[in-house]
Design a binder for this molecule. Structure first.
Ligand SMILES: [Zn+2]
Length: 253
């Protein structure tokens, strides 16, 4: 029925059960992102246990970068470069200027982003991108990456501005909408207008969504149904177009 295009599967206490639960709800594959090299190893192991149902992302999250010393950042980046050889995509990577308030921290985030975009280009892997308070900068990096390599770039949870969503449409950058469409009118209004050619579905599991509690990958099916309702389209038709978008996003040739 649909994929979960952005999920922190390895952070769950019962990731295997969550995969089976997802499959039962029609959610497959789950794109399992990682925030550092240890998590990257964990998601590769999950992918190997659930071939076809899980795809593994190797990444260094910008919010993790600010928690690490420069030496540790270097170590994680080196390990991730090695792990990327066996990964299905690069992510979660990006910029988070809420967590990086000082310019040196932001510079470290930018350096890591640039380096991991290069790794993705070299390995012919699509990228799964995070942004907070750095929207233009990350979007421009995504556009430059996509134009240079022809590879897929996904701005995850990028559902707060219709204007930025239009720029993504024009440049072929994917956007994933998540469970916030179930609880936020504002997000729902943006998600309703995102062009069908770039729209994907995610959960960002295990993020908590208000009274709904922590997300599970199976929720991608609920998000898809809500999006179909918002967009006044048939859920099977939307499911088909999201499936096609996922294939385009993952295309590596
Ligand atoms: Zn995330």
């Amino acid at each position: 029925m649909t994929a979960d295009a952005h999920c922190h599967l390895s952070l769950l206490r019962d990731p295997d059960e969550a995969v089976y639960e997802g499959l039962a709800a029609g959610v497959s594959p789950i794109l399992a992102v990682s925030m550092d090299a240890d998590e990257a190893e964990a998601v590769l192991a999950l992918r190997d246990r659930h071939r076809g149902a899980v795809l593994a992302g190797a990444g260094l999250h910008p919010s993790r970068i600010v928690e690490l010393s420069v030496e540790q950042q270097r170590e994680h980046l080196l390990r991730i470069e090695g792990i990327a050889e066996g990964a299905d995509f690069i992510g979660e990577i990006g910029l988070d200027y809420k967590d990086a308030r000082e310019e040196p921290q932001r510079a470290h985030q930018r350096e890591a982003l640039e380096r991991l975009l290069d790794v993705a280009a070299g390995r012919r892997l699509p990228v799964n991108l995070h942004t907070r308070r750095a929207d233009r900068e990350v979007m421009e990096a995504a556009i430059a990456f996509h134009e240079k390599t022809g590879l897929g770039a996904l701005m995850h949870w990028f559902t707060h501005s219709s204007k930025l969503a239009r720029s993504c449409t024009e440049r072929g950058i994917f956007i994933s909408a998540g469970p916030s469409v179930l609880v936020s009118e504002r997000t729902a209004a943006v998600a309703r207008c995102i062009d069908a050619s770039i729209l994907l579905v995610e959960t960002d599991t295990p993020v908590e969504y208000g009274t709904l509690g922590p997300a599970r990958p199976a929720w991608a099916a609920r998000v898809l149904r809500r999006l179909a309702e918002l967009r006044q389209t048939d859920v099977a038709l939307l499911s088909e177009s999201v499936r096609r978008n996922l294939a385009n996003y993952l295309e590596r040739s």
